[in-house]
Design a protein around this ligand. Structure first.
Ligand code: SF4
Ligand code: SF4
Ligand code: FES
Length: 240
C-alpha cells in the first residue's frame, strides 16, 4: 500500500511548545488534504486540533498551509500538492494559533467590521423588494466579488498583512467593494472613509498573491483597485 509522509505542525498559544510531528497515512484515490488530516486525527493523533464544517467548499473553515501555501483543504486533492509522497501541513499564516492547525480568526473578521463589511439598507420588511438590474457595471462589480467564503487564504497570503498587522487585508476590502457597488446600501460614504486610511486600500501593493490563491477565483486585487479609484474620486470632490 502506498503511504504518504505527512508532517503536521503542532503546538498551542498557551504553552508556546511547538514542533512538527510526522505521520504515515495510507494513500487513496481522490484523497483530499482534509481527508489526510482527518485520518491522522481519527487513527493516529486523537488530540490533533483542526477545523472544518462543510467539506464541500462552502463554509471556509478548513484553510491551512499546505506545502508552504495557503489552501482550502477539503477541495485540495493530494495528487495536486504532494511532493515526492510528502505533505507539510501547518496553520494559516498571519493569524495567531489557538492550537495545532486552528487559528484565531478574530482579527480577520474584526477587520471586516472595520471596513464596514455589513450591509446597511434603509428598506424595512414592509417595503417591496428592491429590484436590482442584473447588467449595470455596479451590479457586475458586486457580483464579481460576492462569492467570498471567508476562508482567510488571501489574508494568509498577503505580505502587507504580514508587515503591517493593522492593514485591513484583501477579504475585508473585497467585501467593502461589493457593498460600495450595492445600490441598496446607504453607507457608501462612511465605507469609503473606513477604507481610505493608512490601514486601508492604498496600502495594497497590487502584486496579487490574494488573487492568485483565492480558491473561489475572486480577485481582491481588482476590488481594491476599484476602491482606490472610488476613494480618490471622492477625495477630489471633498466628500471624505
Ligand atoms: S494584492 Fe494587495 S491585498 Fe492582495 S496580497 Fe498583494 S498587498 Fe495583499
Ligand atoms: S477572497 Fe477568496 S481567499 Fe479571500 S477569504 Fe474570500 S474566498 Fe477566501
Ligand atoms: S470544510 Fe467547508 S470549505 Fe472546506
Amino acid at each position: 500500500m502506498e503511504v504518504l509522509k505527512v508532517s503536521i505542525w503542532r503546538g498551542d498559544a498557551a504553552s508556546h511548545a511547538a514542533g512538527v510531528t510526522v505521520y504515515d497515512v495510507p494513500r487513496h484515490d481522490s484523497q483530499t488534504v482534509l481527508d489526510v488530516v482527518t485520518y491522522v486525527q481519527r487513527h493516529l493523533q486523537p488530540d490533533l486540533s483542526y477545523r472544518y464544517a462543510c467539506r464541500v467548499g462552502m463554509c471556509g473553515s478548513c484553510a491551512m498551509t499546505v506545502n508552504g501555501r495557503a489552501r482550502w483543504t477539503c477541495r485540495t486533492h493530494v495528487s495536486k500538492v504532494a511532493m515526492d509522497g510528502r505533505l507539510d501541513i501547518a496553520p494559516l499564516a498571519n493569524l495567531p494559533v489557538v492550537k495545532d492547525l486552528v487559528t484565531d480568526m478574530t482579527a480577520f473578521f474584526d477587520k471586516w467590521a472595520s471596513a464596514k463589511g455589513a450591509f446597511d439598507g434603509e428598506r424595512t420588511r414592509h417595503d417591496p423588494f428592491a429590484v436590482v438590474a442584473p447588467d449595470t457595471p455596479e451590479r457586475r462589480a458586486a457580483d464579481a466579488g460576492i462569492e467570498c467564503i471567508g476562508c482567510g487564504v488571501c489574508y494568509a497570503s498577503c505580505d502587507v498583512v504580514q508587515w503591517r498587522p493593522e492593514y485591513l487585508g484583501p477579504a475585508a476590502l473585497n467585501r467593502a467593494w461589493t457593498l460600495v457597488n450595492d445600490e441598496r446600501d446607504v453607507a457608501g460614504q462612511a465605507r469609503l472613509r473606513a477604507v481610505a486610511g493608512d490601514a486601508g486600500c492604498h496600502s495594497c501593493h497590487t502584486q496579487g498573491s490574494c488573487t492568485e490563491r483565492c480558491p473561489k477565483q475572486l480577485s481582491p486585487t481588482t476590488s481594491i483597485a476599484g476602491l482606490k479609484r472610488r476613494v480618490g474620486r471622492a477625495a477630489m470632490k471633498g466628500e471624505l
